[in-house]
Design a protein around this ligand. Sequence first.
Ligand code: AP5
Length: 209
Amino acid sequence: MKLILLGPPGAGKGTQAEVLTKKLGIETISTGVMLRAAMRDGTDLGKLAKEYIDQGKLVPDEVVVGIVKERLSQDDCKNGFILDGFPRTIPQAEALTNAGVEIDKVLSLEVDDEIIVERLTGRRECKACGTPYHIKNKPVPESGKCVCGGEIIQRADDNEETIRNRIKVYHEQTEPIKEYYASLGKVVSVDSAGTVEETNAAVISALGL
Ligand code: AP5
């Protein structure tokens, strides 16, 4: 299965990817996770990414396409993968097609903008493995640490002003991708406004798993 998870920030892409990656036995490739790891490591890529991510803007296409192509060429992607947060622009989608990557399905998670703001202001995540939590909907374990033992943090771009900019960028630059893949007959849409469990049941059913 070569699957793309599409949806606005806070739609639950990372949350659903966590379940699907276990169920399908394939890796999740999250450009957001890769870019934040580079920021933590203080690499040149990380320094460049920080300038964009902190403002809720997209990192330039050529940078992101380069890291995804390199990642997809690794052995653990040979039997399939889940792309979370990529592609995010029409040029990124075209770069994937031009690289000969044949996508099976694009799962579009649908949710209203106001729900997104509530979800993202309440989100916490593991600094080590990236697992998402939420102060109300998916509380951190009682130990105060992630299930992997990692430290729980709040993302710097999860403040209301930056969240609203990320939503605007999504509607302007990422939403047109849905039409691109719909014209290829690849899109499956799921309402992601319910609970994590309700959304997961709808995802599993929509993908025929
Ligand atoms: P990225 O890390 O991809 O962030 P995003 O797309 O903004 O998405 P999020 O991670 O915020 O949300 P999600 O949909 O994964 O939701 P989650 O499952 O965590 O990108 C960050 C930045 O990196 C971008 O702004 C950009 O600058 C850059 N970037 C990344 N990829 C790029 C690319 N391809 N090109 C250019 N730039 C790129 O859920 C959110 C919260 O809600 C959690 O707390 C969760 O517990 C909770 N929740 C989830 N589902 C439910 C539910 N059904 N009910 C209740 N709560 C729920």
